[in-house]
Design a protein around this ligand. Structure first.
Ligand SMILES: [Zn+2]
Length: 152
């Protein structure tokens, strides 16, 4: 029964590494968009996009539907997680670079300015700040290094 065979196919067996580009080329089913322009690898009964699955498996994250996985290599059949990044609807590489550069100032606005000052000028242990403000260690580091919230 073809159905059984399909579900037995392992995700990991469905691509080949391409030595020149480093791309992992998808060999399984393919999904084409309405215009027949965009082609993506497709996997499983519910037709998940192969590169999304690859990203989730590799980075061990759950993606929500607003998070698109984009390719740095422009090869839509590539599922190499190192060629993939999370973007929004209209995002592209330029956008990402721009955002990276402008991640100064407010950057990560999960905290208030008052809290940012407390992090920057206070001597509280990082652990305590992480727990209390529910932000990451690196956010604290960025603030203390003057990369984020540089104007305060
Ligand atoms: Zn690639």
């Amino acid at each position: 029964m073809s159905h059984v065979r399909q579900t037995r196919e392992k995700f990991e067996d469905l691509f080949i590494p391409e030595p020149n580009s480093g791309c992992w080329l998808w060999l399984g089913s393919v999904y084409k968009d309405k215009k027949g322009k965009e082609t993506y690898g497709r996997y499983g009964k519910r037709c998940k996009l192969a590169h999304r699955i690859s990203y989730q498996k590799y980075y061990n994250v759950e993606l929500n539907s607003s998070q698109l996985i984009c390719h740095t290599c422009d090869n839509t059949l590539c599922i190499n997680p190192e060629h993939l990044y999370v973007g929004n609807n209209q995002s592209n590489m330029d956008d990402m670079v721009k955002r990276g550069r402008s991640a100064r100032g407010r950057g990560n606005a999960k905290i208030t300015e008052e809290q940012a000052r407390r992090i920057k000028y206070g001597n509280e242990p990082v652990k305590l700040l992480v727990r209390e403000l529910k932000i990451s260690k690196s956010s604290i580091w960025y603030i203390r290094a003057g990369i984020n919230w540089s104007y305060i």
